[in-house]
Each structure stands twice: as C-alpha cells, then as structure tokens.
Design a binder for this molecule. Structure first.
Ligand SMILES: [Zn+2]
Length: 97
C-alpha cells in the first residue's frame, strides 16, 4: 500500500500513513513529498521554525515547506489550505485525543 509522509502542525512530528487514510485527517496534518533536509539552516530537519501560540500550531519552515509539502495531495484529497480555522476547538481536541 502506498504510504505518505505527514507533518503534524500541532505536535511537530513527521510520520507516515497509508495514503487512503488522508480523508480522516484534519487540516493540521500536512502531507509531504520528502523528509526535510537535516542540514537546513532554518529548521535543522525538524520542518518547523517555531510555535505559533495563537494558532496553536508549529510554523512550517519556509525553506523546506515550499519544496516538500505535497500541494497536489492537499488540493485533490484534503480540501485544506493552511491552519486558518484554529479557533475550532474540536479539531484541536481531536488531534490531542
Ligand atoms: Zn527547513
């Protein structure tokens, strides 16, 4: 089965899931094409550069993000942009549960 890498903007973790699981994910799970480069001078391979307290999400490294985020996957399967709806508490809670 095809696997896809994801970055969890709420926990800062990169993980792998079967591709057909993507409909169960919320907008904080960002599909990736590749692992970030560990020699990136901005994120050192973590893919995040800091934590946004108001969004309750990690800031994705601008250097790696535009290179490895799977925008096609987002557009075709997830119907998601960036974490704009951070004020919806049930989404955040669902990730923590
Ligand atoms: Zn980076």
């Amino acid at each position: 089965m095809d696997k896809q890498l994801y970055f969890s903007a709420t926990s800062g973790v990169i993980y792998e899931l079967p591709k057909d699981m993507n409909k169960a994910l919320d907008q904080y799970q960002v599909p990736l094409l590749n692992q970030p480069k560990s020699n990136c001078t901005k994120c050192f391979g973590r893919l995040y550069t800091g934590y946004n307290l108001s969004l309750k999400a990690f800031n994705i490294c601008p250097k790696c993000g535009h290179r490895i985020i799977d925008y096609v996957q987002i557009k075709e399967h997830m119907n998601v942009e960036t974490p704009k709806q951070a004020n919806e508490p049930e989404l955040v809670d669902a990730v923590k549960a």
